[in-house]
Write a protein that binds this ligand. Structure first.
Ligand code: ADP
Ligand code: TRP
Length: 325
């Protein structure tokens, strides 16, 4: 039995890139009866960049509703918000004291963020330690993440190892990242990686008219309707290939190559495909966003399950460190 664990920061509403690149593949893994999955909302991590509490609450609900919309089985697995299990912050403090300063100073994601952001706070700096605590609290074995998280996972292992050496036994389980190289980087409206930081993302849960508007904004070249077009170098076609059926993709490819088919037609087809393919997730998402008490109830129940395991680990850690009575 493998324990899978992953978290998504509540720093925005989930977009098509998060869904196809992280949420759906993690849900697929969780369907294996051999696996037990721990998926949480990293709302403490989001505080490093987002200070507004109302917005955070909204994003936490949107992320939770997205996991549910794509069929995450919260009853079989564990599903909670990080901030509600205080052992995350407690363990993070202990682990801070096992983390060499240069290890954090050399983290590429910290370097990137500190160049881009105006607010370079200490939370951004110790971000990987809180992430290590998230993982190590639950004895997780496999951590599905994007390529950008590889270094953070190496740090988690390194920190756990330092603690275990002091303890003289393997109190903290060493996690392994699972980075699926086959998962492509989903392009955004402008062809760069779809990301909330680039404001080029598609929110598939938008109301129909807004989703249509955003789909029309996908960048295309200036070829005229009658001209043949290159499907492999077009963002609309790339996105369509990620969501439509094989036969529909083939039909669109032929339309591009033949000419007489404009980018406007392709965008309309993509929009209609979003509505069709995501009809059920859109319905479930809207249901939970309107029934927030039910959604919070699901997270509360998950929190209780998470806390039980977290308390067990923290008890062992306190004992090693001489903090237990
Ligand atoms: P963003 O870049 O919008 O801030 P995050 O960094 O919060 O997204 O990513 C959350 C998860 O979604 C990560 O596991 C990340 O690898 C995945 N993800 C984000 N954008 C994409 C994308 N364009 N293509 C594939 N996966 C993505
Ligand atoms: N840092 C991760 C990201 O930005 C989110 C995260 C926080 C996470 N804690 C985690 C991922 C623990 C995996 C395991 O995508």
């Amino acid at each position: 039995m493998a324990r899978i664990l992953t978290g998504i920061q509540s720093s925005g509403r989930p977009h098509l890139g998060n869904i196809l690149g992280a949420i759906k593949p993690a849900i697929e893994l969780s369907k294996n009866p051999q696996n037990e999955s721990f998926f949480f909302i990293a709302d403490l991590h989001s505080l490093t960049t987002l200070k507004n509490g109302e917005e955070r609450g909204e994003y936490v609900r949107a992320i939770a509703a997205t996991w549910l919309a794509f069929g995450f089985d919260y009853q079989k697995n564990v599903f909670w918000r990080q901030s509600r299990v205080q052992e995350h912050t407690e363990l993070a403090w202990y682990l801070n004291c096992f983390t060499p300063f240069p290890m954090l100073a050399n983290a590429t994601s910290f370097k990137d963020k500190s160049e881009k952001l105006a607010d370079v706070n200490a939370g951004l700096f110790t971000y990987p330690v809180l992430q290590a605590a998230d993982i190590l609290l639950y004895n997780a074995n496999i951590i599905p993440v994007g390529k950008d998280q590889k270094q953070h996972l190496e740090m988690s292992k390194d920190i756990a190892n330092r603690f275990n050496i002091l303890a003289g036994e393997e109190i903290l389980v060493l996690p392994e990242p699972q980075i699926d190289e086959r998962i492509m980087t989903i392009p955004g409206l402008d062809g760069q990686k779809m990301s909330k930081s680039y404001h080029n993302y598609i929110d598939i849960f938008l109301p129909e008219n807004e989703l249509k508007k955003i789909t029309k904004k996908i960048l295309s070249d200036s070829k005229q309707l009658e001209e043949p077009k290159d499907p492999d170098n077009d963002i609309t076609f790339q996105l369509y290939s990620l969501v439509a059926s094989e036969t529909d993709v083939e039909t669109m490819r032929q339309n591009y190559l033949n000419g007489g088919y404009g980018y406007g037609h392709a965008k309309q087809a993509l929009f209609e495909c979003f509505l069709e393919v995501f009809a059920e997730p859109r319905r479930i998402f809207n249901y939970y966003m309107e029934n927030t008490e039910e959604l919070e109830g699901i997270l509360d129940a998950g929190e209780a399950k998470a806390r039980e395991i977290a308390q067990d680990t923290i008890g062992k850690v306190r004992k090693v460190l001489g903090f237990s009575s």
